[in-house]
Design a protein around this ligand. Sequence first.
Ligand SMILES: [Zn+2]
Length: 80
Amino acid sequence: MSCKEVVELVTDYFEGVLPAEDTRRFEQHIEDCVWCARYLEQMRLTINTVGRIDEVSISPAAKDSLLHAFRDWSAERQSS
Ligand SMILES: [Zn+2]
């Protein structure tokens, strides 16, 4: 699973509607990826605060900046 997929599936994950196989791949990615782990934690805090997943919308702009962060991070990793 890619970071992009994680971002796209995160609401399904919290809603509990993600198929078991995808959930497994999702959680496996979270264990290996610090960015997605942070993102997931942030989402969890937001959901705890708001109380409802359906009120937590991920705007396209937020998604874009997140994916840019992922890309910059992987570029940094490759150069170091
Ligand atoms: Zn990731």
